[in-house]
Write a protein that binds this ligand. Sequence first.
Ligand SMILES: Nc1ncnc2c1ncn2[C@@H]1O[C@H](COP(=O)(O)OP(=O)(O)OP(=O)(O)O)[C@@H](O)[C@H]1O
Ligand SMILES: [Mg+2]
Length: 355
Amino acid sequence: MGFLNRKPTSALGIDISTSAIKLLELRRQGKGYRVESYAAVPVADDAVVDHQIKEIQAVGEAIGKALKKSRSKTRQAAVALAGSQVISKTLTMPAGLSDDELEQQIAIEADHYIPFPLDEVNFDFEELGPVPGEDGQVEVLLVASRTEQVDQRVASLEVGGLMPYVVDVEPYVMENAAQLLKHQMPNNGDGATVALFDVGATTASATILHDLKAVYTREQVFGGRQLTDEIMDRYNLTFAEAGLAKKTGEGLPHGYEQEVIQPFIADLVQVVNRALQLFYSATPRYGKVDKIILAGGVATMAGVAEMVEEHLDVPCEVAHPFQDMQVSTHANPNALERDMPALMIAAGLALRGLE
Ligand SMILES: Nc1ncnc2c1ncn2[C@@H]1O[C@H](COP(=O)(O)OP(=O)(O)OP(=O)(O)O)[C@@H](O)[C@H]1O
Ligand SMILES: [Mg+2]
């Protein structure tokens, strides 16, 4: 009956991010997917700093809460490291080695590439294919991270009652999640160059895709936290008050839009523009991007896509990864609709489990 190698029909992705734990479960349905469950639980301000889990117990408890809230029965989940927590290098190796032989060879060479002691490092590799124009050589992608970073994630999931089945890396997860945005791309992504930005609480990541493959990625320190800080300082509010105020305008004086919101959006436009300019100078062969898609919590602010489009003269939309999906009654459809742009990483991780 093929019972043992049956592919799972549903899978959980957990995004352990600066502002919240976001849990999303996708299920296969026909040729596509449906959203089986969704829950987000805020984490304390200092629990996750620079993508490092500082408070494993608190993060684990938030994961446990999210799991309970979601009512998911699945107990295996995928998590990710941030791009800045890994080193990736493309190596050239002799063709025809077995996985074990490759691993041995890479272990020997790895200390040339990895700037930490090897006994503190996890590494993984993937054969990319033959080196163009060189017989008998293959390209191998080596991805390495500090064991500590992986262990923090695994331990947090375990506190929350979940088993990790994969620890992925955000830029790859984002590339994978981009397939859910095909309907927003010219020609469904075929031949198109699309810049996908995820602007969260503290990090803005750029993933530039050509034919749906990532050809350029970059992370920058920029996010909604900066706006919250500005509102706290200027209007003398607490972090929680400022966080709410920026979404609703509640408790802010007349004219706050011009004072704080507009300058923040102008900064965002600059962040996007800078990433595009760097992409153009690094890889001119792709030409101008055809479309910008904005994801992350910041993308839910009114008018951001319009501002980017107007200033950079490239069509721009907010990400709608679940637009074509059915949503289970378990998953709160209103919360899902509101948070949708901020769920790219969670969605890409869930997809990993269904591959
Ligand atoms: N409606 C809104 N108006 C303004 N800001 C918003 C709105 N909704 C969310 N945000 C902001 O978006 C940010 C959270 O976005 P997101 O969930 O993508 O971040 P994150 O994934 O937790 O952070 P990071 O990716 O940096 O670790 C917060 O700064 C939040 O205040
Ligand atoms: Mg994020």
